[in-house]
Design a protein around this ligand. Structure first.
Ligand SMILES: [Cu+2]
Length: 200
């Protein structure tokens, strides 16, 4: 006897498990694979800079960053705030405190770690460039839309990146630029070629 409901359940289970299995045993993503991008692409609001950067009104020289992994389907979900491959750029004045809340919109593990810019090409990100500048267990990553906070002092000027520490993700574009500037007086966030948004 044909039982369409039972068959549907089998198929549903297979599809639900597929992204998790892929994340566990396939570190090198191929183009075209879904790395946890939300299925409902159109539902992710167009990213606005002010959603992801603000200055703390009470804490002096503290920049508050919201970093969302798999914000939308850009780069198969391997994006931060909708940008990949350095397409967005934070600039932080040297010496400021950077207070980050990281969330992951995807069931596939992702993480955030600040590294020197050339490191983004590597398969493993190693240690963060600043003390405390990563989510816990960046190699393993986290899932679920729970905010993961971390904080560090941007005490060295230079070109860095916020990268995903899950093996091979950064090499596949899961990073955005993070500059620490000796001359900037306020933090800013630039999306693509647009004028930087300066938080005050
Ligand atoms: Cu990732």
């Amino acid at each position: 006897m044909f039982r369409p409901f039972a068959l549907a359940c089998v198929f549903a289970s297979a599809f639900t498990l597929t992204p998790l299995l892929r994340a566990a045993d396939a570190p090198a993503p191929a183009a075209g694979h879904d790395h946890g991008a939300p299925a409902s692409e159109s539902k992710a609001a167009e990213p606005k800079e002010s959603m992801f950067l603000s200055v703390d009104p009470k804490e002096p020289k503290t920049a508050r960053l919201v970093v969302v992994s798999a914000y939308n389907s850009v780069n198969y979900g391997m994006n931060f705030n909708g940008f990949a491959k350095g397409g967005a750029r934070y600039t932080i004045p040297q010496g400021w405190t950077v207070s980050v809340v990281f969330t992951n919109n995807s069931p596939v593990p992702h993480s955030a770690i600040v590294v020197e810019k050339p490191v983004v090409k590597k398969l493993q990100m190693g240690e963060p460039a600043f003390k405390g500048a990563s989510t816990p267990y960046p190699v393993r990553g986290t899932t679920g839309k729970v905010g993961v906070p971390f904080q560090f002092t941007a005490d060295e000027a230079g070109e860095f990146a916020i990268a995903c520490g899950f093996p091979s993700h950064s090499a596949n574009g899961h990073w955005i630029a993070f500059d620490v500037s000796a001359t900037a007086t306020a933090p800013s966030l630039q999306f693509g070629d647009k004028a930087p948004y300066v938080a005050r």
